[in-house]
Design a binder for this molecule. Structure first.
Ligand code: FDA
Length: 309
């Protein structure tokens, strides 16, 4: 792993830095590239702007590591209200949630019940709820929650991180459920015995799992596949493999983050691929934003440019 990425990922966990930098105008200006605003209205407006280009969205309130039940309940209520707002506006917007935002660190059962309530409400509205994957200590509980909710509802997806050594086995174990899987490279700092490191290894792992998932789509298995990547090389790899297997362009979804590779998002949508953009909003953007910097350390220069005015 590059030194800059390692330093940034460590910085993303610093409460002191978060308190210092979130208040600063230059950080607020720089974060706007990835975050349309801190409130739900700004996220909905951004979803409306993408809708004009035929691009549907996913909304997520930022926040992690909630330890109090009351706070986790508040987060659940917020997401339930978001579903209502999406319905009012008539948008094709799904939701994405982080297990630690719903309290998984202190209460797995309560977290499962809260996410299930959200999935149930979303089911009635024809929306999907994706469960994000966080650091490796949460993978077992997150997959357990996914399996339990998937046993009752189809409209729930789970994120799988290509960099984890366990991922091939996890995909195999999920396949019999008729899952919806979002494959990503993985955004956290992990020990060497848990996840591969370095761009070449991450890319190879992502493409290996892409082969498995597209192969299963081609043989008619019951599953939905989302690819969460901005990497043109990964997207070429997905397209080539899908063409070779005779899969149509709408057999899977390519998902990207708001503000990243905007041109490519539009281009893929125009070519007939299903593209969906994840819009994050909320006040707790610091750790999430620094993970975005770590993905592309060149973005640190954008931050510094804002500092210099
Ligand atoms: P990579 O990081 O190798 O970048 C390839 C190219 O893409 C770069 O050269 C650049 O051109 C562009 N790019 C990538 N990131 C950029 C950035 N921040 N700014 C500007 N350009 C950028 N992770 C996780 O661990 N758990 C999760 O639940 C999720 N969920 C999730 C959902 C969705 C919809 C997406 C798109 C991503 C995630 N991720 C995630 C994050 C994921 O693991 C990964 O860190 C990022 O997608 C970056 O990896 P890429 O595949 O884009 O390639």
């Amino acid at each position: 792993m590059g030194l800059t990425r390692e330093i940034l990922l460590r910085a993303s966990r610093s409460e002191w830095l978060a308190a210092q930098l979130t208040r600063r105008k230059f950080t607020q200006r720089a974060v706007r590239r990835f975050l349309p605003g801190e409130d739900l209205e700004s996220a909905l407006d951004a979803a409306g702007a993408l809708r004009v280009h035929g691009i549907p969205t996913i909304l997520t309130l930022l926040g992690e590591h909630v330890k109090q039940e009351e706070e986790a309940e508040g987060v659940t209520r917020h997401f339930l209200e978001t579903l209502d707002r999406i319905t009012e506006r008539g948008y094709d917007s799904d939701l994405s949630v982080k297990p630690t935002h719903f309290g998984i660190e202190v209460d797995v059962e309560g977290t499962c019940a809260r996410i299930k309530r959200l999935v149930e409400a979303a089911d009635g509205l024809g929306r999907t709820v994706a469960i994000d994957m966080e650091d490796s200590p949460f993978v077992d509980d997150t997959l357990d929650i996914y399996r339990r909710i998937r046993a009752e509802h189809r409209n729930v997806a789970v994120c799988i991180q290509g960099y984890l050594f366990r991922t091939a086995a996890d995909i195999e174990s999920l396949l019999p459920l008729g899952p919806t899987i979002r494959l990503v490279k993985g955004a956290y700092t992990e020990p060497r015995d848990v996840a591969c490191r370095g761009k070449r290894a991450l890319d190879a792992a992502f493409l290996e799992h892409t082969d498995t998932l597209l192969g299963r789509l081609a043989d008619g298995s019951d599953l939905r596949v989302f690819f969460g990547t901005h990497d043109p090389r990964m997207i070429d790899g997905i397209q080539e493999r899908a063409d070779r297997l005779g899969l149509p362009k709408d057999a899977f979804e390519i998902q990207m983050l708001y503000g990243i590779q905007r041109g490519l998002q539009l281009q893929l949508a125009e070519q007939g691929y299903r593209v969906r953009v994840l819009i994050s909003y909320g006040e707790e953007w610091f750790p999430w934003y620094v993970r975005r910097l770590a993905e592309r350390p060149a973005n640190v220069f954008l931050l510094l440019r804002n500092l210099l005015g």
